[in-house]
Design a binder for this molecule. Structure first.
Ligand code: PLP
Length: 396
């Protein structure tokens, strides 16, 4: 059976050039970069090079990069580290209702400890109102935390405009840029960002490595205390092979950004148009134009998204119903709910996340198997048989 992986927003395959770059750091160059002897010295330059590769992609200084274990850690460090460092200045944080749990849950944690959090609502495209953001800022606001692009719908927030608002009010700006890396240009200077989280496994590096950009001079309290690694901001022996892989993946992302994302957009549009043409009463969830080039989130009236995924899986296609972290939580996606989508359509939302290994043949294969799956499930659905004429015209 042909296997097609279209869940690249959940994780990606390690790219061959990334693996090649990493292997020597498992074999011959196994030293600890904090050691003073030859084995440590010979890997120190690899750590420096990786830091430079990450910094080049983000347009910042190498000294502004902290290596972490994942983006969840980076987001926790950015949010809790800011809260603790700036608590004498204020206790108010602004975020959005559609952030990843690694942002929402640190915010909830801080709420239990006396901080106030504003969760900006979003519209049907998953976009929030910049005027509402500006109106929410008070004297006590110490942090704005908004994602660059949504992992479930692909909706892209206008970071440049958000950065201008944050600067005007002298409020620190953090962004979870996990889904934007390798898919959109990400420039911390142009957008005026103070803290930015990335994750290796979302763009061709391995799992277990991430980074946090911290603008020079930004006060941040460490979460992990121990040795002096990362200038005392994140203790723990460096995951050198992972860090080397992250650096290489950043180098590739910078070199291939334009052609890679255009290719993804062409494939995604082919899939989107093919599905909309073949399947009546289905809708795209997310912004029509301000959307990641690889992401397609769709709802099909009258049926459950989980059932579609199961049938796709039986035919070798890996897609998902939203965030991989929530896939066993049996709850409706908080992102789709926040967008105010009709509960029946919300229950049927599924996400395709295309990646560099997908081809036109993959898209065409999917287009040949998905319409019959949806029709089969509709034939079994009481809602389909009981549908009213007004329902039948929704988004058809
Ligand atoms: N932020 C976003 C937008 C994500 O999509 C994810 C992963 O699903 C994360 C954060 C967490 O990344 P990690 O798996 O590196 O902790």
């Amino acid at each position: 059976m042909k296997r097609i992986y279209m869940d690249n927003n959940a994780t990606t395959a390690v790219r061959p050039a990334v693996l090649e770059a990493m292997l020597p750091y498992y074999r011959e160059h196994f030293g600890n970069p904090s050691s003073l002897h030859w084995a440590g010295r010979e890997v120190g330059s690899a750590l420096d090079q990786a830091r430079r590769q990450v910094a080049d992609l983000l347009n910042c200084e190498p000294a502004e990069i902290i290596f972490t274990s994942c983006a969840s850690e980076s987001n926790n460090l950015a949010i809790k580290g800011t809260a603790e460092a700036l608590q004498s200045r204020g206790n108010h944080i602004i975020t959005t209702a559609v952030e990843h749990p690694s942002v929402l849950n640190p915010c909830k944690y801080l709420e239990k400890r006396g901080f106030e959090v504003t969760y900006l609502p979003v519209d049907g495209y998953g976009m929030f109102d910049l005027r509402q953001l500006e109106a929410a800022i008070t004297e006590r606001t110490i942090l704005i935390s908004v994602m660059w692009a949504n992992n479930e719908t692909g909706t892209v927030f206008p970071l440049q405009e958000i950065g201008a608002i944050a600067r005007r009010h002298k409020v620190r700006l953090h962004t979870d840029a996990v889904q934007a890396i390798g898919r959109l240009p990400v420039d911390v200077q142009a957008a005026g960002i103070d803290l930015l989280a990335i994750s290796g496994h979302k763009f061709g590096a391995p799992k277990g490595v991430g980074a946090l950009y911290v603008r020079r001079g930004t006060k941040l309290t460490a979460l992990i205390h121990g040795g002096h690694q990362e200038l005392g901001r994140r203790a723990g022996t460096h995951n050198l092979p992972g860090i080397v892989g992250l650096g290489k993946a950043c180098e590739l992302a910078a070199a291939e950004l334009e052609t890679g994302s255009e290719r993804l957009r062409t494939l995604r549009d082919r899939l989107e148009q093919g599905i909309l043409a073949a399947i009546p009463e289905c809708q795209v969830n997310g912004h029509p134009s301000q959307r990641l080039p690889n992401t397609l989130n769709l709802s099909f009236a009258y049926i459950e998204g989980e059932a579609v995924l199961l049938f796709l899986d039986m035919q070798g296609v890996a897609a998902s119903s939203g965030s991989a972290c929530m896939s066993d939580a049996f709850s409706q996606s908080h992102v789709i709910s926040a967008m105010g989508i009709d509960p029946m359509m919300a229950n049927s939302a599924i996400r395709f996340g295309l990646g560099p290994d997908n081809t036109e043949a993959d898209v065409d294969h999917l287009l040949s198997i998905l319409p019959p799956i949806v029709q089969k499930l509709r034939d079994m659905s009481p809602f389909y048989h009981e549908r009213t004429p007004s329902r039948a015209t929704v988004n058809s």
